[in-house]
Write a protein that binds this ligand. Structure first.
Ligand code: GCU
Length: 399
């Protein structure tokens, strides 16, 4: 071995050791979780109990939304000067005539600056219009949503979704906030909302991705093929964190689907299992507002936990998907968060129930407004997951 190779070899060993030590620092032992107390979902900041939909909608829901804004994801500015939709490509005979392909450039302007979002969408031809749509907040790039369908990817299984009678759409998050801690601002933050960058509770990448999904819904409202009252906002992992936050913000979302969104998504932060707030804010500081950092290793001080985010979907629907091999995302913590969110659905007279223990692997639970599965296998969004989303949506929309 020459000196250069020796050095390379030594660096790899040191790096693996360090990685090992850091990973060991994460807890994967149920016995080591310890006691934790979740913040009250149905008690206001003035210590008043919430027992009616009116109190929830007028007081507690806005309070919780604001707490998530200020302490976790940052604000979501809604103002802009102009929005334009341009169908840049259309093919009514896509997928051997089964679908209509539309590629739409959505341009948003504010203070004379503009950002364009490129939406890809397939709509089934044989179904009565307008149709419900699965909208994917996609951090895996356009290659997973190939408009030509030469490259088919189980992450965005357009053929299967079309077959089930749904439209499928998606955009690459890079259009609005690149998923990179040094470059995330090179999108809507620098162009449209630079003032957010100065704020401790300012918008960052996850908020920007959800903002983008809302602009896609603005487009759906203008497209006669799409039923804009039946939008399913889907995201995997970091995308799932964004889809939950999007659904909480934008009441036009009918179902928020979180696929293995884990820490700062569907999983309870206080469980201290798998990824932690400390770890996520160190590795991905650009996802959250700067305020969130202070809760690393200090989760008990967080004024929210993630069950409250899931509860914000009521009286619409939320679906939580996990994978048994994805302990980093804490499947059990995601299940418990969903269970803890149920009292808010109950306020609306929705009597969804979940068992005390997580259901066995590959057994789906479909309640009226909440659903869950924990499939076998690793961290990914797969055709199996999509089949479950479709079954849940069929039940929810009574299709
Ligand atoms: C990392 C990160 C997770 C995230 C995941 C993903 O593992 O720690 O929080 O969910 O990436 O987006 O795939």
């Amino acid at each position: 071995m020459n000196t250069k190779n020796k050095f390379r070899f030594a660096s790899i060993i040191i790096f693996s050791l360090l990685l090992n030590i850091t990973l060991k620092a994460q807890n994967y032992d149920e016995a080591l979780i310890g006691e934790y107390t979740l913040p009250e979902l149905l008690v206001t900041q003035n210590k008043k109990e919430v027992t009616t939909v009116e109190q929830w909608e007028k007081v507690r829901r806005p309070e919780i939304l604001k707490l998530f804004e200020d302490h976790v994801y940052g604000q979501v500015p809604e103002d802009f000067d102009n929005i334009r939709f341009k169908v840049t490509h259309q093919d009514k005979k896509a997928m051997d005539g089964k679908a209509t392909l539309k590629q739409v450039a959505i341009t948003v302007e504010r203070n004379r600056n503009a950002v364009t979002i490129n939406l890809v969408m397939f709509v089934p031809n044989k179904v009565k219009k307008p149709v419900p749509v699965f909208l994917v907040i996609n951090h895996r790039g356009m290659k997973t949503m190939d408009a030509t369908r030469q490259n088919k990817d189980g992450f965005w299984p357009a053929e299967e979704v079309i077959e089930a009678g749904y439209a499928i759409a998606g955009f690459d998050v890079t259009d609005v906030a690149p998923d990179n801690k040094d470059k995330f601002a090179q999108g809507i933050l620098e162009e449209l909302y630079p003032e957010q960058l100065e704020m401790e509770n300012g918008m960052r990448a996850l908020g920007a991705w959800g903002w983008c999904a809302s602009r896609a819904i603005d487009y759906f409202e203008k497209d006669k093929l799409i039923d804009a009252a039946k939008v399913i906002s889907v995201g995997h992992s970091r995308g799932g964190k964004a889809s939950l936050w999007h659904g909480a913000q934008d009441k036009r979302v009918a179902i928020a689907v979180s696929n293995e969104s884990g820490n700062s998504g569907a999983a309870l932060s206080r469980r201290n299992f798998g990824e932690t707030v400390e770890r996520i804010t160190q590795t991905f500081p650009h996802w959250f507002c700067p305020n969130y950092r202070q809760y690393g290793g200090n989760e008990d001080k967080l004024p929210v936990d993630q069950h409250m985010l899931l509860a914000l979907m009521a009286p619409h629907a939320v679906y939580v998907a996990s994978a048994a091999g994805d302990l980093w995302a804490d499947p059990k913590g995601q299940f418990l968060a969903l269970k803890e969110a149920l009292p808010v659905f109950e306020l609306y007279g929705i009597r969804d129930t979940l068992p005390d223990e997580m259901p066995e692997v590959n057994r789906q639970i479909i309640n009226s407004n909440t659903g869950f599965h924990n499939r076998e296998g690793q961290h990914n969004m797969t055709p199996y997951d999509w089949q479950q989303f479709i079954r849940f949506a069929n039940a929810y929309f009574k299709l």
